[in-house]
Design a protein around this ligand. Structure first.
Ligand SMILES: NC(=O)C1=CN([C@@H]2O[C@H](COP(=O)(O)OP(=O)(O)OC[C@H]3O[C@@H](n4cnc5c(N)ncnc54)[C@H](O)[C@@H]3O)[C@@H](O)[C@H]2O)C=CC1
Ligand SMILES: O=C(O)[C@@H]1CCC=N1
Length: 273
């Protein structure tokens, strides 16, 4: 049985909730398989109109769904857990995508024995290319992990990791799309600086990023080898690489991603987890 077959409730119809919803509906799920809980009226109207799903309250969501996916901000999770505590049972599976929040925190807030799987996905779910990592809480069985895996495989790739790695995963692949978008912005600006029209610069960079990503994923080659193949002796690329090294771009990535991981851990500590 998949999570969808048992009914799925998505609590939090924001950016990632919508990304997962849209991906699931492009896959095998039907609008009647999924309910959404969302507190902002404009989002409710948008989600019901665009996707044809029902937006319900927490009690109804829990009654109608075996799997409950929590997609609210870490700062909003505690009031939601208080609400869920009155209705979830050991027959449910809770899947949380909230950054930093440990499964132990969620387990402690819910009735004894409710299984929890923590996951970290990313917004490329909107094009069925998400990268998701999942970890079982102390009460989640292989079957529960399998249900979460099946559910999230509908929108991209899924890997299973120990929960101790999830803050790092959040920093790398959860936040990762933002780093690539930031890089693309900067490279388009470089094209503008060189006098290219913005639309042309954007087309050049987006296709170059896409082609490079497919090479990385499909060739199995180490990125250093792929970069070396572009870097001709005495050529243009090495002139650029020297500038990137001079400006500490590699060190900046290490520091930035470490900061993101630390922030994820901090969000968990702030929750008391
Ligand atoms: N945006 C992203 O790329 C990713 C976000 N996440 C995680 O997903 C969670 C949501 O992030 P976003 O979608 O970016 O935030 P968001 O702010 O776009 O969406 C959260 C939604 O939850 C709703 N909400 C809050 N409390 C609620 C409640 N008690 N009942 C019903 N709805 C409620 C809000 O109205 C809002 O629409 C966060 O915990 C974040 O760490 C995880 C992976 C990627
Ligand atoms: O920025 C955030 O906190 C969330 C978690 C991963 C991506 N977005």
């Amino acid at each position: 049985m998949t999570g969808i077959q048992g009914g799925l409730a998505i609590i939090g119809g924001g950016k990632i909730g919508e990304a997962l919803l849209s991906g699931l509906l492009r896959g095998h799920a039907k609008p009647q398989d999924i309910v959404v809980v969302e507190k902002y009226p404009e989002r409710v109207t948008y989600l019901t109109t665009r996707y044809g799903v029902r937006v319900v309250d927490v009690d109804e969501a829990v009654r109608s769904s075996r799997t409950v996916l929590i997609a609210v901000k870490p700062q909003d999770i505690d009031p939601l857990l208080d609400e869920l505590a009155g209705s979830v049972t050991t027959e449910h599976l809770i899947v949380s995508i909230a950054a930093g929040i440990p499964t132990s925190h969620i387990e402690a807030a819910l009735p004894a024995g409710v299984p929890v799987v923590r996951c970290m996905s990313n917004t490329p779910a909107v094009v069925d290319e998400a990268m998701t990592a999942i970890s079982a809480g102390s009460l989640a069985t292989d079957e529960h992990l399998g249900l979460a895996d099946t559910l999230l495989s509908a929108v991209g790739r899924v890997v299973r990791v120990p929960e101790s790695q999830l803050d790092a995963v959040t920093a790398l692949s959860g936040s990762g799309p933002a780093y690539f978008f930031f890089l693309v912005e900067a490279m388009i600006d470089a094209g503008i600086l060189l006098g290219l029209p913005r639309a042309l610069a954007a087309e050049l960079i987006v296709q170059t990023l896409f082609g490079s990503a497919v090479m990385l994923r499909d060739s199995g080659e180490h990125p250093v080898r792929l970069r070396e193949a572009v870097t001709s002796p005495g050529g243009t690329t090495i002139s650029a690489i020297r500038e990137l090294e001079n400006h500490g771009v590699r060190a900046a990535f290490l520091a930035a991603i470490e900061a993101a991981s630390n922030r994820s851990a901090e969000l968990g500590r702030a929750s008391g987890g």
